[in-house]
Every structure is written in structure tokens, then in C-alpha cells.
Design a protein around this ligand. Structure first.
Ligand code: GTP
Ligand code: MN
Ligand code: MN
Length: 627
């Protein structure tokens, strides 16, 4: 028991504690809770303990209220429809707040808006908070959610406490992070990340609440204060904006902590790949949102004798160990995956993971109690079922509008994945031998290439681009830059970030090799994908691992990197593959690309670009121009 001090008692005023014992909170958490309760004025405080009993109670309440409904075909699966205006991350309203602007963004020329990082001054942030948070929880309960990113107490793990007035957030946090009151017991002198979230709709509510989903889309505001380890999120209940342990903490805030402490927080999956000989290799891969991380992390190899096991599907925290190897943990506890396109054919392991204890947001539903989305057509074709779309309207196969929102998601406990790696909760992490970058590149970019070394790998990551997807508010099919797959999640000045990566290269360390893949190249003639992808991507992993083994004969140099020599990929059992088009490095494409990339780097990173990375750009451009 801790003594509650006078100031804290005064701040709490008459706000009752509905559940939990305030005296069990460490004093700094007591102060945090009291201060924010005084500001947001909830009608009660609920201190979560993370138990199953607690979750059941909250879920029952949500079902009763109509925010969740059970998907009767499964055990403990629930569907949730949001307000249709609250369906994705809102990048334009997501800010990093630092005293010095250039701690957040690079020096861009006049008139050029930085696309990596979105800066706001502390004064402006104060004004924005002042116009939103006072009284914003009136009539609602404030939940106090203690959580650990990474195994509780592990050397790479970090803790946070989230305050929220959304119980959807509480139960989702319970899937996605390790929510437990033990966090308070181990806190000690450790700092914790302060997460403050409100749906932004105090009671009595003046506007109409749609789908029992309170939110305030016009007033959405998400701010991060890296030095203070603090996150403020207002107006949205959608996962990317409200589950603050994920993108906000584990990427934007954590990348700042990582810079200070000498490690990496990245938008990467982690997988263990076992070869027919039994040897296992760990690989991390960074692809922009909706480009196949969750798929690759749970790959079902089509080559005999191979085995893939998943450590993480979205975020990696990585630190060099005393033995000089790079160790990675998955800070999360669940998968928050894109639903459409996920099926037994594309990702059977994800499907197996969410057969119970999962939450589906903005998917469609069948009259026999199953979830439904684009990619599951075969499962309803011959059945006499009716489909209700994500908006709650009747829907039929062949309708023009999709049944599920393109960014609809499942949230499922990672431990339920049949191929979850036995070491996925190892506090020390797993040793990474290769890092892969990739994106949706319909033209010009070969299926796979190896970079020429650490700095060239960093440069290649900095040049990452992809066709836009539904994970954020962008529309259409334009190829956009997404450096290191971190553009929406950059926590600080991208030039300093590249410099931080570079400086990890010290003599005593065994650096992972860096690769680039592209599952999405299309034929210039037919417009169809040139590569079958999914389980057949093991053929590319196989090539990468043979390269790691020192098999130099299977690669040939091109201006952008080392591509497979003809016949060096195992294509046994595949239909016809247009090898030449799939692997080609067309001069016309890359000459144009070099001009565009230089323009991008000069305008977006400019003087913040570390000289050695600039040299990589110059050298690569010279190689391309000599083609
Ligand atoms: P976030 O969770 O938003 O960060 O995205 P993600 O990188 O995990 O994306 P995910 O694995 O959910 O993939 C999304 C889309 O990519 C789905 O539509 C998949 O069908 C498609 N996809 C994944 N792997 C492949 C592949 O190898 N080939 C092709 N053609 N499509 C793929
Ligand atoms: Mn992601
Ligand atoms: Mn994913």
C-alpha cells in the first residue's frame, strides 16, 4: 500500500473509484491518474487488472449496449461496427511535439512540407489540448490500463499506462498488449509512457452516436511528446489512433527512446525460418502498411521440408547483444491484421489464430454467424446465407461496393497462432541475420536483391516506396515514398534516424545483411502479377539464406544490388514464371527513378542526410547512369 498524498486526494475530488484500489498504484501513477481525472472529469475511475473475469464483464456490457455482437459460429468472437467516419489512422491530425522543430522534421526548402513527421510546437499543442480535454470524459468511466510492451520485466521491454473512456479500447488493448496489474509491482524507478485517450464525446451527447460508437471525427487530434514519453489522443476509437501501445508508443515514442538508448524500434515482422536440414534463421522485414508483413510472418512454405514460425507481424524492437548479434523482440501480444484478403488460401495461420477470443472491426457478417470480407467469396458461394455489410446493410455477391471496409481488421491473441514461435516471448529476443525491405512496386523493381552492405542497405530502405493502400486516408494507386516503411510512424528527424542506424555499425558487431523484395511486380504486357507470392515467397527466403551461407555464385551484380542468377531460385513445382521480366533491372525505369529519388531526398532530407548515405546515393546514381 502507498499513502495517497493530499494534493492527489484533492485532485480526485468526488470522483469515485469503481474498481481497483488506488492505494496499490505507485505514487507517480496516482499523480498521473489524479491529474488527468481532474482535467477530464469522468464520472468514475476503473483500474484494470487484466484478468479474464474483468474482460468478460466488459464484453458483456458492450454486447448489452450493442457496440459488440457475438459471431455465433465461433467461441468468443465479436464483431464491431464503427462510426463510418472513424475507420483508419488519421495522419493529417497526428503530431510530434518538440521544442525544436528540427528534432522532429528535416530541414526542407521553403514551401516543401515534410512528409516524415508532422511537427507542432508545445504552445500550439497546449492550445489544442485545452480546447478538447477539459471535461471530455464527463458522464463516462475513465479506465486505467497498465500494460507492458514486451514480456513483463524483460530487458528490452517497456511499460505504459493508458487512460481511456472507451471500453472497446480496454478489451482491444488486452489482446494487443500485456495488460496486468503486475506492471505496478515491477515499475519501481522505471519510467512509464503516459497514454491519454478519449473518444471526445462527453455526456450529455449533443450529436447522434452512430453504431453505438462514440467518436468526434471533426476534432481528432493525436499528439506525442517524446521527451516526456507522453501521448494524447482525442476523437477517434479506431485502433491505429486509440490503441496507444501500438504505433504511438511502440514506434513513434519508442524510436525516440531507442535513439537515446542505442537500439531500434521498427515497423517490422520477425520470423523464424527452419530449413530442411533443421537449421533455423531469424529474419526481420519492413514493408509499408498492407504490403504483406502479416502474410510473410505466417508463411506456409510450398517447398518441402521448410518451416516458418512467427515471432511478430508488425513491430520489432531490436538491440545488439553482448555477443555482437542483433536481438529482436515483438513488443506486442496480439495481431491487428488487415482482414480483407485473409483466407485459408492466402494466410491459413492467421485464419486459425482468430477462430476464438478475437474482435473483428468493420467486417461483414453472414446470417449463420460467420465473419465475411473480400477474399472469402468461395466460402459463401454455395451456401444459402445472407450477408450484412460493414455498414449494416444487406449485401450480395457481385455488389459494386465491398462487403467489408478495405481497412477492416481482426484483433487476435498472438499465442493462438498455430505457428507462433516457442521463443516468441523470450525476454532477450531472437538473433536477426537478415533484414528485408519491400513494398508494392508494380514496375521496374526485381523480385529480390541483396544490398552491397550496411550503408547501401540503409540507403535502399530510405528509398522505399509503395503503392498507396487503405490503411490510411490516402486514395488511389499512386506509388508513394515510405522510407524504412516508417513514414507514418517516424518519431524524430529522419536524417538523425539514418545516422542512428549507421552508427550501430561498429567493428565488434555482426550486422544483419539487408535485402529488398517485391512480390507485386506486374507484367508490362498483361498487367498481371509476375510472381505467385504468399507460400511461394519461401523460394525467395531460400535464396536469401543461401546468400547468408556465403553462396556467392547465385547472385549477380546490378546497379541497384545483387539479383539472383538465372536458375538460382528453386522454382520446382511452380507454373511458368517469366524470369527475365521478374528479375530485370530496366535502365529506362531506374534512370527515371534515380532523378525522382534524388529530388525526394534533396527536398525531404536535405542537409540532414548523413554524408555516407549521400555517397550511397551518388554511387548508385553513377552506376545507373552507366547502364
Ligand atoms: P499492416 O498490418 O497494415 O502494417 O500491413 P501488413 O504489411 O501486415 O499487410 P498484410 O500482410 O495484411 O497484407 C495485406 C495485403 O497484401 C493483402 O491484401 C494480401 O493479400 C496482400 N499480400 C500479402 N502477401 C502477398 C504476396 O506475396 N503477393 C501478393 N500478390 N499479395 C500479397
Ligand atoms: Mn503496421
Ligand atoms: Mn499486419
Amino acid at each position: 500500500f502507498y499513502v495517497v498524498n493530499e494534493v492527489v486526494i484533492k485532485r480526485l475530488g468526488h470522483i469515485p473509484i469503481h474498481k481497483g484500489d488506488f492505494h496499490l498504484l505507485p505514487p507517480k501513477v496516482q499523480r498521473f491518474v489524479a491529474e488527468k481525472a481532474e482535467l477530464m472529469r469522468p464520472r468514475g475511475i476503473y483500474i484494470c487488472d487484466g484478468t479474464q473475469h474483468e474482460a468478460d464483464e466488459i464484453i458483456d456490457k458492450l454486447v448489452e449496449r450493442g457496440m459488440l455482437s457475438p459471431l455465433k459460429a465461433y467461441e468468443n468472437n465479436y464483431i464491431c461496427r464503427t462510426d463510418p467516419k472513424d475507420v483508419a489512422r488519421v495522419e493529417s491530425k497526428t503530431w510530434m511535439v518538440t521544442r525544436d522543430k528540427y528534432d522532429t522534421v528535416c530541414h526542407t526548402p521553403d514551401g516543401v512540407d515534410p512528409i516524415m513527421g508532422h511537427w507542432m510546437s508545445p504552445e500550439d499543442m497546449s492550445d489544442e489540448l485545452d480546447s478538447r480535454f477539459p471535461g471530455c470524459m464527463a458522464g463516462r468511466i475513465m479506465y486505467v490500463v497498465p500494460f507492458s510492451m514486451g514480456p513483463l520485466g524483460g530487458p528490452l521491454s517497456k511499460i505504459g499506462v493508458q487512460l481511456t473512456d472507451s471500453n472497446y479500447v480496454v478489451i482491444s488493448m488486452r489482446i494487443m498488449t500485456r495488460v496486468t496489474s503486475e506492471v505496478f509491482d515491477i515499475m519501481g524507478d522505471q519510467d512509464f509512457t503516459r497514454c491519454i485517450h478519449s473518444v471526445g464525446l462527453p455526456r450529455p451527447v449533443k450529436q447522434k452516436v452512430i453504431n453505438h460508437w462514440p467518436c468526434n471525427p471533426d476534432r481528432v487530434f493525436i499528439a506525442h511528446r517524446p521527451p516526456e514519453r507522453e501521448i494524447w489522443s482525442f476523437g477517434s476509437g479506431y485502433g491505429g489512433n486509440s490503441l496507444l501501445g501500438k504505433k504511438c508508443f511502440a514506434l513513434r515514442i519508442a524510436s525516440n527512446i531507442a535513439k537515446d538508448e542505442g537500439w531500434l524500434a521498427e515497423h517490422m515482422l520477425i520470423m523464424g525460418v527452419s530449413r530442411p536440414c533443421g537449421r533455423e534463421h531469424f529474419i526481420a522485414a519492413a514493408f509499408p502498411s498492407a504490403c504483406g508483413k502479416t502474410n510473410l510472418a505466417m508463411l506456409q512454405p510450398t517447398l518441402p521440408g521448410w518451416k516458418v514460425r512467427c515471432v511478430g507481424d508488425d513491430i520489432a524492437w531490436m538491440k545488439f547483444g553482448a555477443d555482437g548479434r542483433l536481438y529482436a523482440i515483438n513488443p506486442e501480444h496480439g495481431f491487428f491484421g488487415v482482414a480483407p484478403g485473409t483466407s485459408d488460401r492466402t494466410n491459413p495461420m492467421a485464419v486459425a489464430t482468430f477462430q476464438k477470443d478475437s474482435i473483428f472491426t468493420n467486417v461483414a457478417e453472414t446470417s449463420d454467424g460467420h465473419y465475411y470480407w473480400e477474399g472469402l467469396e468461395d466460402e459463401i458461394k454455395d451456401k444459402n446465407v445472407e450477408v450484412t455489410d460493414w455498414l449494416g446493410n444487406p449485401w450480395k455477391l457481385g455488389d459494386a461496393a465491398p462487403a467489408a471496409h478495405p481497412n477492416s481488421r481482426f484483433a487476435a491473441p498472438a499465442r493462438q497462432c498455430p505457428i507462433i514461435h516457442p521463443d516468441w516471448e523470450s525476454p532477450q529476443g531472437v538473433p536477426i541475420e537478415a533484414i528485408i525491405f519491400g513494398g508494392r512496386r508494380p514496375d521496374g523493381v526485381p523480385l529480390v536483391f541483396e544490398t552491397y552492405g550496411w550503408n547501401h542497405g540503409i540507403y535502399t530502405g530510405a528509398c522505399l516506396k509503395s503503392e498507396a493502400t487503405a490503411a490510411a486516408e490516402y486514395k488511389g494507386k499512386t506509388v508513394m515514398h515510405d522510407p524504412m516503411a516508417m513514414r507514418p510512424f517516424m518519431g524524430y528527424n529522419f536524417g538523425k534516424y539514418l545516422d542512428h542506424w549507421m552508427k550501430l555499425n561498429t567493428a565488434e558487431r555482426k550486422l544483419p545483411r539487408i535485402y529488398h523484395v517485391n512480390w507485386f511486380r506486374k507484367s508490362r504486357d498483361t498487367g498481371k502479377f509476375l510472381w505467385p507470392g504468399f507460400g511461394d515467397n519461401i523460394r525467395v527466403i531460400d535464396w536469401i539464406i543461401r546468400r547468408l551461407d556465403g553462396d556467392v555464385g547465385i547472385g549477380q551484380e546490378t546497379p541497384v544490388g545483387i539479383v539472383p542468377t538465372k536458375g538460382s531460385l528453386d522454382l520446382e513445382g511452380l507454373g511458368p514464371v517469366d524470369w527475365d521480366e521478374l528479375m530485370s533491372v530496366p535502365a529506362d525505369y531506374w534512370k527515371e527513378d534515380a532523378v525522382e529519388v534524388r529530388k525526394f531526398i534533396e527536398s525531404q532530407v536535405g542537409p540532414d542526410l548523413p554524408a555516407p548515405i549521400r555517397k550511397e546515393m551518388d554511387d548508385q546514381e553513377a552506376r545507373i547512369n552507366a547502364m
